[in-house]
Structures are given as structure tokens and as C-alpha cells.
Design a protein around this ligand. Structure first.
Ligand code: PAF
Length: 281
């Protein structure tokens, strides 16, 4: 496994692979890797000749006062995990190379990114699409793999790829959970024991919402109320959103839930830790 820090070197290597007819799978990450990321690497490995994992804590997707500075980082462990998972290249660009002083070009998806996380984190998706477009240019992937836990992010990326006619297939890996249902997230490391216990209410709320739908409830407002009710049981939990949305557009459902096209989504603060989760219906 090779590590590449220079953006020029990364692009030259990627173009050389493509010139040799090799396919490239990219797994964009911000590091502090967990099993959820590693399964995305497996997906890229299964599909492509060359697997690139990028690790870059992207400052442009964090708002003022968010956790950019304290975002968890453990490069040695990440490199070890990538090696064990058979990645070929770990790309570690610097902030100065990616966003040098005077950097001025951003990409913005304006529909899917509007609601949900876009409401409470106004510049977040602009930062995500911009960094992903840059990573795509530098790594020249045939396939890029993202996680379903960030469902809105995945849809925003798909929309950008479609709108810009990028010849990249986006694949989505399932959310990986602890045995009690907590979705794996790099931010879980912030949680102490009590907070972790309250954080479980995200999964429990989704499960309760799904049960209602499985039992025949089709009224979206009834399911929304259930999500909020279960989330609110966590003493340290403050709901950011709890919704039933169309799984393609991420717009809140106004009418009846049609299983197969809807998504339950929740975001909440557990004290000062912001967590998200979702469940396909
Ligand atoms: O999901 C993430 O870790 C980040 O948003 C991504 C896609 C790597 C862009 O910085």
C-alpha cells in the first residue's frame, strides 16, 4: 500500500492507471475509520483494479463553531486498517493543497441539499460537493463509494455526478451498526457512557417508526410524531429533525407513505454531539 500526499502525484498516478486500462474505486473519508468505512473499501475492492482511500478532514464542510478542530484523527491506525483491508493507495492531501489562500471556486447542489442537514448546516453540502468534485478530479475514479448513514449526502453527490455528466458510478454501502443498533460514526468517540445510552434513542425512534409502517400506518405525520416521541425519551437528546421523506428528493412527505420510496431520517444533539441516522422504508 502506498501513501500519496501531493495532489499532483495523486492525479498523475490515477491518470496512469486509467491509461493502462485499470479501473479505480475511490472511498472518500475524513479518517478515524470504523467498520462502516472498511466495508466501503471492500465494495470498491470487489469492483475495481485499484482502490484509493482518501483521508481529508475537509474544513469547508464545517460551520463556524462546529467540531473541525476536535474532529477525531488517528492516522497510524487508519493506515493500518486500510492496509489490512487491501487498499492500494491512501491519499492524504493537505489543506494548503486542496484549499490554498485565495481559493475561490465552490460547487453547490441547490435542491436535495436544501432541507434536513442543509437547514441547520447551511454551507455543509457546498463543502462536501466541492471537496468530492476535487477528489474525483484528482483520483479519476470509475466508482466512488459512500455510506447510507449519510443518506442526504449520498443523494446530493449522485445529483452532482448526474448534473455534471461525470462518468462515475456512485455506490452506497449499508449502515453498519453496533449490536445494540447504534450506527457506527467517527463521532461516537465523543460519547461518554450515559450519552451513548441516550444516543441509542436515534435507532430506537427509527425502529418504532418502521414498526408503525410495518403495522399499516401510512400517515406521515403520525410516524413523525412517533419519531419525536421516542427521541425525546433520551434526557440529553435535543431533536434537530425527525422526518419521513422521499428517498430520492429528500423532501418531507406531504401525503401517504408509500413503502419502497420513503426514508425515515433523524438528527439530534446528544449534549454537544450531533448524530444522524436513517432507515429505508
Ligand atoms: O462522509 C464524509 O466522511 C465526508 O463528508 C466526505 C464525503 C469524505 C467529504 O469530505
Amino acid at each position: 500500500m502506498q501513501t500519496v500526499r501531493s495532489v499532483d502525484e495523486m492525479q498523475a498516478a490515477a491518470l496512469a492507471f486509467r491509461g493502462e486500462g485499470k479501473t479505480i474505486g475511490l472511498v472518500p473519508t475524513m479518517g478515524f475509520l470504523h467498520e462502516g468505512h472498511l466495508r466501503l473499501i471492500d465494495m470498491a475492492r470487489a469492483d475495481c483494479d485499484v482502490v484509493i482511500v482518501s483521508i481529508f478532514v475537509n474544513p469547508t464542510q464545517f460551520g463556524v463553531g462546529e467540531d473541525f478542530d476536535k474532529y477525531p484523527r488517528d492516522l497510524d491506525k487508519d493506515l493500518d486498517l486500510c492496509e489490512k483491508r487491501n487498499a492500494d493507495i491512501v491519499f492524504l492531501p493537505s489543506i494548503d493543497d486542496m484549499f490554498p489562500a485565495g481559493y475561490s471556486t465552490f460547487v453547490e447542489e441547490t435542491q436535495i441539499a436544501k432541507g434536513l442537514c442543509g437547514l441547520s448546516r447551511p454551507l455543509h453540502f457546498r463543502g462536501v460537493t466541492t471537496v468530492c468534485l476535487k477528489l474525483f478530479a484528482l483520483c479519476q475514479p470509475n466508482v466512488a463509494v459512500f455510506g447510507q448513514k449519510d443518506a442526504q449526502q449520498s443523494k446530493v453527490i449522485c445529483q452532482m455526478v448526474s448534473n455534471f455528466h461525470l462518468p462515475i458510478e456512485i455506490k452506497i454501502g449499508e449502515t453498519v451498526r453496533e449490536t445494540d443498533g447504534l450506527a457506527l460514526s467517527s463521532r461516537n468517540v465523543y460519547l461518554d457512557e450515559e450519552q451513548r445510552s441516550d444516543a441509542l434513542s436515534l435507532h430506537q425512534a427509527l425502529q418504532a417508526g418502521k414498526n408503525l409502517v410495518d403495522e399499516g400506518t401510512r400517515n406521515a405525520d403520525r410516524v413523525r410524531a412517533e419519531l419525536v416521541h421516542v427521541l425525546s425519551k433520551g434526557r440529553r437528546v435535543r431533536v434537530i429533525y425527525a422526518d419521513v421523506v422521499d428517498r430520492e428528493t429528500m423532501e418531507p412527505l406531504q401525503s401517504e407513505i408509500v413503502p419502497g420510496s420513503a426514508l425515515l431520517v433523524v438528527a439530534a444533539w446528544v449534549d454537544s454531539v450531533r448524530l444522524i441516522d436513517n432507515h429505508l422504508l
